[in-house]
Design a protein around this ligand. Structure first.
Ligand code: TEU
Length: 542
């Protein structure tokens, strides 16, 4: 899709700067490293990159705790490095999307330093401050996602402040118009620099209930991803601490600013449990708020036709006038090859099948660095951990470092070519070195080549980008659907099981031509489709 609508159906590659490529031998990736490795990303055939936060930060939450929205943290480089990276990306035809973490700041952000200094300074109301209950306890029962209460006592103001995440990530008070103005000014700073879009961290957390009412206890299982049992977060229905109606007005302001520029986009992260569908629909409808949103639906362990069908059709039915972005992996969850594969041997096959499936869904897609190599989740020792979330809940929950280990570039070099420093911030597992980019370049059957071919296949078929999607009822345990645009209707069958399957074509479905899917043998289909374990069939139907 060209022009202003380039994001519709786009493939976005997520870079985690800390772990992509180090160029100054400090054991941490940097922006110059991204520039150096842009050709690798471009060769995949993606449309855009999304950079996880690289802003000035004490790094308590690896950069999701911003202390200056308008500068680059010295460990990553300088603004000049960023500009150079963006120019190089654009020259390769890649759009650049950056992360905006505006729901909260770092406690070292000058706004918070000022806000906490007294109850009557100009920024006194920029964060969510509240008096204790008469017995001295927190204002209400809200919880932090990273464990414990969602409030922290401040001895100077003698008040509590709200934090959805770490105590060092105080939440901004979006009810205050000056706060909205200030974050929009930061957004404008990057628009003027030429970025093509924003990934909006925790976009449904911006506003909390003005009256600070208690959350009711959870009535539904959260189905919560990899949330540890020991995390009290799942005990509440988050009726009042997130997803407040006032956010709609702010998202409209955000969009109005973006629309002063050409061809920019937004992708909001919506983690809203059972309400996610409704929230995504509300945030992306009407063309005057967000362009797209993504949820956590496909980030869990479920690799069954039933699950995929339910998620995708739920979105189709509810998000009629909006747009969804799908992902199997990101920097917060176990890598999907480890979640979906039952044995180590089948990991490459599962990696190939998963990207084939993702590429045929209706929506845009986000890839996470390293998945194009089929990297499994890294198994780390407690001593290696850097993620505060994992450190707190170990061993019930091992945190998010296992998906954040550095990219393996060259198999035979130390730290697989990620850094020349003696120590890398997280180790590169030896299993990952064997999957390094240079090894996979040399192997025509590698997961890496499969990604390139599959993304090219998606580009060749307009029906895959934004065509209609219809699921077919079959007796067999497979995922079968058509994608249709104009005169082209493609029929797909995915066998996600470990048993061969013979599928009688649904009544009225006539395959006029089989279409070879990269990496999979073309099955024959006259009246029957025969699929091996973990196999896919594609045909053109009349
Ligand atoms: O994540 C939001 C979020 O809800 C996650 O905490 C998620 O539930 C958890 O990581 C699952 O393991 C965003 C960022 O993606 C994450 O890296 C940040 O830590 C978080 O916001 C706070 O900014």
């Amino acid at each position: 899709v060209a022009g202003a609508d380039w994001w519709r159906g786009a493939v976005i590659y997520q870079v985690y700067p800390r772990s992509f490529q180090d160029t100054d031998a400090n054991g941490l990736g940097d922006i110059k490293g991204i520039t150096r490795r842009l050709p690798h990303i471009a060769a995949l055939g993606v449309d855009a990159i999304w950079l996880a936060p690289f802003f000035t930060s004490p790094m308590a939450d690896m950069g999701y705790d911003v202390a200056d929205y308008c500068d680059v943290d010295p460990i990553f480089g300088t603004l000049a490095d960023f500009d150079e990276m963006m120019t190089a990306a654009h020259a390769l035809g890649l759009k650049v999307i950056i992360d905006q973490v505006i729901s909260h700041t770092s406690d070292r952000h000058p706004w918070f330093v000022e806000s906490r200094a007294s109850r009557d300074n100009p920024k006194a109301d920029w964060y969510v401050w509240a008096d204790p209950k008469p017995d001295g306890t927190a204002p209400n029962n809200w919880l932090s996602i990273f464990g414990g209460p969602g409030w922290e006592w401040d001895g100077v103001r003698r008040q509590y402040y709200q934090h959805n995440f770490l105590t060092s990530q105080p939440d901004l008070n979006f009810h205050n118009g000056e706060v909205q103005d200030a974050v929009l000014a930061a957004v404008k700073f990057w628009l003027d620099r030429g970025v093509d879009g924003f990934r909006l961290d925790t976009v449904n957390y911006y506003f909390c209930d003005k009256k600070l009412r208690d959350n009711p206890p959870a009535v539904i299982a959260t189905g919560g991803l990899d949330a540890p049992e020991s995390n009290p977060y799942g005990m509440q229905n988050h009726l009042h601490d997130k997803t407040q109606p006032e956010n709609i007005g702010f998202l409209k302001r955000f969009r109005a600013l973006l629309d002063q520029y050409e061809a920019r986009t937004t992708v909001g992260e919506v983690g809203d449990g059972a309400r996610s569908l409704q929230t995504v629909a509300a945030y992306t409808s009407g063309g005057d708020k967000l362009h797209m949103c993504y949820t956590f639906d496909l980030l869990g362990p479920d690799f069954t036709p039933k699950h995929f069908r339910r998620c995708v059709s739920d979105f189709q039915e509810n998000v009629t006038d909006g747009w969804v972005c799908w992902a199997f992996s990101n920097h917060d969850v176990n890598r999907h090859v480890s979640r979906f594969a039952e044995t180590e041997d089948e990991q490459p096959r599962v990696a190939k099948l998963a990207i084939s499936l993702l590429s045929t869904l209706r929506g845009s897609i986000c890839l996470y660095q390293g998945e194009e190599l089929g990297l499994p989740e890294a198994q780390l020792a407690f001593e290696d951990l850097r993620d505060p979330y994992g450190i707190r809940f170990w061993p019930a929950f091992k945190g998010r470092d296992g998906c954040r280990t550095p990219m393996p570039w060259e198999a035979s070099r130390v730290h697989a070519g990620f850094t020349t420093a003696e120590k890398s911030w997280l180790p590169v597992p030896y299993q990952h070195a064997a999957l390094a980019v240079d090894k996979q370049e040399a192997d025509r059957n590698s997961v890496l080549h499969h990604y390139r071919e599959t993304l090219a296949f998606r580009k060749q078929h307009a029906a895959l980008l934004d065509g209609d999607m219809t699921f077919l009822d079959t007796k067999e345990n497979v995922l079968a659907f058509t994608r249709k645009k104009g005169s082209e209707t493609l029929f797909f069958v995915f066998n996600l099981s470990r048993k061969p399957v013979k599928l009688a074509l649904p009544r009225g479905t006539k395959v006029v031509k089989t279409v070879p899917m990269p990496g999979f043998e073309t099955a024959n289909a006259s009246e029957m489709v025969t699929l091996q374990a973990l196999d896919v069939f594609c045909g053109q139907v009349a």
